[in-house]
Design a binder for this molecule. Structure first.
Ligand code: HPA
Length: 269
């Protein structure tokens, strides 16, 4: 089956389950998936039951697709994303974004846990731009002309107008929202200190193992994007050692602010 046929099949399946015309797709990163538990009038599907869909294996990623109302908007939330480092193809990693577009979403809110290069743990960072250091691209191969052009323009990948709304809402909520460039690294090892020094020199403010493929596909298909990183640790070389337990722990501490902020932003988009 071609990619386009798979997208159409999954779209039809989800519509048949009642997931009709979501306005926004939410891609919830490590430990941030709890936001989907607050969705009202929800329809919930296990990833395993959705045709052409991947599986989620990482601790802190639930593996459920949740549709319903959040902050007065119709959303479709990925509670757990697919990572390239799990061995998934980038087609599979970005497949949900294609389906979000097919279902009628206007844009996607993409979140992740990230290591801070110029920011410390606990920071919420609106992503202003990214650097693709994964060495791969989800648009390799025949172009899906039904979705977008062969050579998409990434000049405003992280929709400026949405970032401005995010900053205004954060200020109204009394929450600090920083802004910076996200560097996407394939993982699964954390970066070396030398890589972090290189990324810092290139202009990166934070680094993580997701988001870049999904955003490239979102931009290709004309979806607006808001990206928010929860900084869970200082990047390699700026603190003694890195581990996933710390990432999960700090995410637990930030998630209250994070959930409040995302809901407030959603209401205003
Ligand atoms: N590097 C890459 N990914 C991450 C990090 C990091 O330091 N922290 C959380 N996700």
């Amino acid at each position: 089956m071609s990619l386009l046929e798979k997208i159409r099949e999954t779209q039809a399946f989800l519509e048949e389950k009642g997931m009709i015309k979501p306005e926004f797709g939410l891609i919830l990163g490590s430990g941030l998936g709890e936001l989907a538990d607050e969705i009202e009038n929800s329809i919930i599907l296990d990833y395993a039951d959705i045709p052409n869909w991947g599986q989620s294996h990482v601790v802190g990623h639930a593996g459920k697709l949740v549709y319903g109302d959040l902050a007065g908007r119709k959303v479709l939330a990925l509670q757990g994303r697919f990572h390239f480092y799990e061995g998934n193809s980038l087609e599979l990693v970005t497949f949900p974004v294609r389906v979000m577009k097919a279902l009628g979403c206007e844009g996607v809110l993409v979140t992740n846990a990230a290591g801070g290069i110029n920011f410390g743990p606990g920071t919420l960072m609106a992503i202003s731009d990214h650097i693709n250091m994964t060495g791969h691209n989800p648009l390799f191969g025949p172009n899906l002309d039904d979705f977008g052009p062969r050579f998409p323009d990434m000049s405003d990948a992280y929709t400026k107008a949405w970032r401005e709304i995010a900053h205004r809402v954060a200020e109204e909520q009394g929450l600090k929202l920083d802004e910076g460039v996200y560097c996407g690294y394939a993982g699964p090892n954390y970066e070396t200190p030398a890589e972090i020094r290189a990324f810092k020199g290139m202009g990166a403010d934070a680094v993580g193992m997701s988001t870049v493929p999904e955003v490239i596909v979102a931009v290709h298909s004309g979806l607006k994007v808001l990206g928010i990183s929860a900084i869970t640790n200082k990047a390699a070389g700026f603190q003694a050692e890195l581990n996933h337990e710390e990432v999960v722990e700090v995410t637990q501490q930030i998630k209250g602010n994070f959930k409040g902020l995302v809901k407030a932003i959603l209401a205003e988009l």
